[in-house]
Design a protein around this ligand. Structure first.
Ligand code: PLP
Length: 461
């Protein structure tokens, strides 16, 4: 493949771009429960405009782009106050939740290298509901993951975390909330454990950090999860999720500079310019941070409160609606505008397929530990007006898939793998197969799949 010989005209180019988009998920429909966080047309336009305005500025060197330094420090100060931090709280802007999590683990690992040099094989304790980004960070940074079970409501069990602590433990983790079930872990108890054992504790508030304080102000019984909890030493909070800023926007905060300093990378051991990075990325566009600053200030506190009120109401109506539908079962009452539900009598994979075939987008989650296969919904501002239609279509779809026989395939896979003809598997059966496999095998297969997907194929359009 080579670039076009003579270059394309602007018209040709945009025509091609529109054609390529044709098969993408139609998130503008308001019927998509995930992936795109839509704040409404005006705020979206502001985000895009400011993003392009600062697209070319480079946060590689803040001394020559003081505008970016200001955006970053202001965003950190806003988040610190939002999360009950005092003036000692510091932090940095990152490209997303995963980068914030990688950095928080790097800071913990390198902090312990200095303060606990006796630890040579560091371990991090993760409730099984902690986001996969922690596993990624652990693999990148060579830290051992110690998994602990969660209770029936899918919250971390402090007694289990306590049991898992060893002389090698460097970090405890809790979620506010966990992505899969939308419930907040008992951060207060985890904080006590951290203090008793002189350990660092990270609250993963990637998805909840921005909205939960609004839900609390609306009177919801949100458990404490932020810097108001003694023992919490770092927090990740994404702006590109429920703060509705364009993608590439998250923050990682630390209770003090003493910990944050271990996040920073400096290198003078080469022949070029001295590198000092506070994030994983080195050269990075000023677009995401400028756009995040702009969208936050455009929507404003009252605007976010209004969004929170509408989403809370929509979540309650969807939760109640799902609970009323025969054959469906809520996995746990959520603390946030995201939750999962399942069924003991019908196939959730067929249900997802049926719903998605009539214009919805809902997400499957596979069995892991005490969490059986389920349907996940992240409720968005754009979904608010579709609540009744969603529930009505969900009920009809349940009726439709009720007669479908299911479950046998997953069980058969475990027993008799060799009998499968992969070419004959349907999409629902693939999910059922994955559900029947051990998690490690699933991961291996998916890595092979992605490795093959990201290779060039000529666009025939
Ligand atoms: C709780 C939680 N943590 C971390 C992440 C990872 O964030 P990102 O996809 O921005 O890297 C997510 C993403 O959904 C999340 O929900």
């Amino acid at each position: 493949m080579k670039i076009s010989k003579k270059g394309m005209t602007r018209k040709e180019l945009f025509k091609k771009l529109d054609e390529r988009r044709a098969d993408d998920l139609n998130w503008q429909s308001g019927k998509v429960f995930g992936y795109v966080f839509d704040p409404g047309k005006e705020a979206m336009e502001i985000g895009k405009e400011v993003y392009s305005k600062f697209l070319t500025e480079n946060a590689l060197d803040f001394s020559v782009f003081p505008s970016l330094l200001n955006f970053e420090t202001e965003l950190v100060a806003i988040a610190a106050e939002h999360l009950s931090g005092d003036n000692n709280v510091v932090g940095n802007f990152t490209s997303g939740g995963t980068e914030s999590i990688i950095l928080s683990l790097k800071a913990a690992r390198d902090y312990c290298r200095v303060h606990k040099p006796e630890i040579t094989d560091p371990e991090m304790i993760l409730p099984v509901t902690a986001h996969a980004a922690f596993h990624k960070a652990a693999r990148y940074l060579n830290v051992k993951v110690v998994l602990t079970p969660v209770d029936k409501s899918f919250r971390a069990i402090p007694a289990e975390v306590k049991k898992a602590i060893t002389p090698n433990t460097i970090l405890l983790v809790g979620s506010a909330p966990s992505y899969a079930h939308g419930v907040v872990d008992p951060i207060k108890e985890l904080g006590e454990l951290a203090l008793e054992n002189n350990l660092l504790l990270h609250t993963d508030a990637c998805v909840g950090g921005f909205m939960l304080p609004y839900f609390k102000r609306l009177g919801e019984p949100i458990p404490d999860f932020d810097f108001s909890v003694p023992g919490v030493t770092s927090i990740s909070i994404d702006l590109h999720k429920y703060a509705y800023t364009p993608k590439g926007a998250s923050l990682v905060l630390y209770r003090s500079k003493d910990i944050r300093k271990h996040q920073i990378f400096a290198c003078s051991h080469w022949t070029g310019y001295t590198i000092i990075n506070n994030a994983v990325q080195s050269s990075r566009s000023g677009g995401p941070m400028a756009a995040a600053w702009a969208v936050l200030n455009y929507i404003g506190d009252e605007g976010y409160m209004e969004i929170a009120r509408k989403k809370l109401d929509a979540t309650k109506r969807i939760v109640q609606g799902v609970e009323k539908i025969k054959d469906l079962r809520l996995m746990a009452k959520p603390d946030m505008c995201m939750f999962s539900f399942t069924s003991d009598t019908i196939s959730v994979f067929h249900l997802i397929d049926e719903m998605n075939s009539i214009g919805w987008y809902i997400q499957p989650a596979l069995t892991f530990e005490n969490s059986k296969e389920n349907i996940h919904l992240s409720i968005n501002y754009s979904n608010v007006e579709w609540v009744e239609d969603f529930l009505s279509d969900l009920e009809k779809s349940v009726e439709k898939v009720r007669p479908v026989k299911f479950g046998e395939l997953g069980a058969a896979i475990k027993a008799e793998f060799a009998n499968m003809n992969p070419d004959e598997l349907t999409d629902e059966e693939i999910n059922e197969v994955l559900n029947g496999l051990p998690a490690a095998l699933r991961e291996r297969l998916l890595i092979e799949f992605i490795n093959n997907l990201f290779v060039f194929q000529e666009d025939k359009r």
